[in-house]
Write a protein that binds this ligand. Structure first.
Ligand SMILES: NC(=O)c1ccc[n+]([C@@H]2O[C@H](COP(=O)([O-])OP(=O)(O)OC[C@H]3O[C@@H](n4cnc5c(N)ncnc54)[C@H](OP(=O)(O)O)[C@@H]3O)[C@@H](O)[C@H]2O)c1
Length: 251
């Protein structure tokens, strides 16, 4: 039986991955901050797929809490086959001169430092077993920059660099590293970006068919289910109606 560790499993892409990996028989370690949602996801998947789960309620930005939550897992749960570094967010959409410093800190601390903290712990578990696959959720925002995307784009460019760096550093240990870079996916992402403003969040997807979280989960499953000698370095997945970060066809 295999185990996947998914950060940001209470919503969107992370939750869709949890569902799909559970359907494939994986045991799951699920990480996020909202405890009630995390427990609901775990219970639902245990009942639906007869798998086992562990939940770690932690903020990936807080190294000591995260480290305690992961390092105190029972030894058999540290045999992680797949790590999905998915927890992440955008805050605000302002030009650089009007940016909110707290928003910048939140994005950098979550998308870059949080991903690093999780990776350091789990890669050591993988190294001791000489196998594993790390999936980093980047973005089209990590491939190009769009107006007012400044700091969010910078964090996802950092994920792209870290993805490449991890692949080099973990090569001697037989660990695969892949970046999955989505375009627009309708999740809680825009609601979080606009701090609960549902109307503004909805407008992002007006007149086009965005990706859904399961589209990304399926791509991740494709990547993970390749033969041992095949690694997909990265994958850019867009809605048909989106050509670049900012060029979108709306009805
Ligand atoms: N949606 C898009 O258009 C899109 C496009 C490209 C890339 N992405 C990337 O895809 C990833 C998933 O986003 P999504 O679209 O699925 O958004 P989402 O529905 O808002 O889900 C984000 C998840 O991350 C978790 N999270 C956020 N901050 C966290 C923290 N400090 N500690 C632990 N968990 C945290 C949230 O859980 P809690 O709130 O419970 O902690 C939630 O489960 C992100 O990295 C995002 O940048 C999204």
């Amino acid at each position: 039986m295999k185990t996947a560790l998914i950060t940001g499993a209470t919503s969107g892409i992370g939750e869709a991955c949890a569902d799909l990996f559970a359907a494939q028989g994986y045991h799951l370690i699920l990480v996020a901050r909202r405890e009630h949602l995390l427990k609901d996801v775990a219970k639902r998947l245990e009942e639906k797929y007869a798998i086992e789960t562990k939940t770690v309620v932690a903020d990936v930005r807080i190294h000591d809490d995260l480290s305690y939550g992961l390092e105190t897992l029972p030894a058999q749960w540290k045999q992680v086959d797949v790590l999905i570094n998915n927890a992440g967010l955008s805050q605000g959409l302002d030009p650089i001169d009007k940016g909110n410093v707290t928003d910048w800190d939140t994005m950098i601390d979550t998308n870059v430092k949080g991903l690093l903290y999780v990776t350091k712990i789990v890669s050591n578990w993988m190294i001791s077993r000489k196998s594993g696959h790390i999936i980093n959720i980047g973005s089209i925002a990590g491939q190009e920059v769009y107006p007012n995307g400044n700091v969010y784009c910078a964090t996802k460019h950092a994920v792209d660099a870290l993805n490449k760096g991890m692949r080099i550093d973990l090569l001697p240990h037989g660990i695969k590293v892949t970046a999955i870079n989505p375009g627009m996916v309708e999740t809680e992402f825009s609601k979080v970006r606009f701090k609960g403003d549902e109307g503004r969040a909805k407008k992002v997807y007006d007149g086009l068919e965005p990706l859904v979280a399961n589209d990304i989960a399926e791509a991740i499953w494709f990547v993970v289910s390749r033969p041992a000698h095949v690694n997909i370095n990265d994958m850019l997945i867009m809605p048909t109606a989106q050509a670049t970060g900012a060029i979108i066809k709306r009805n």
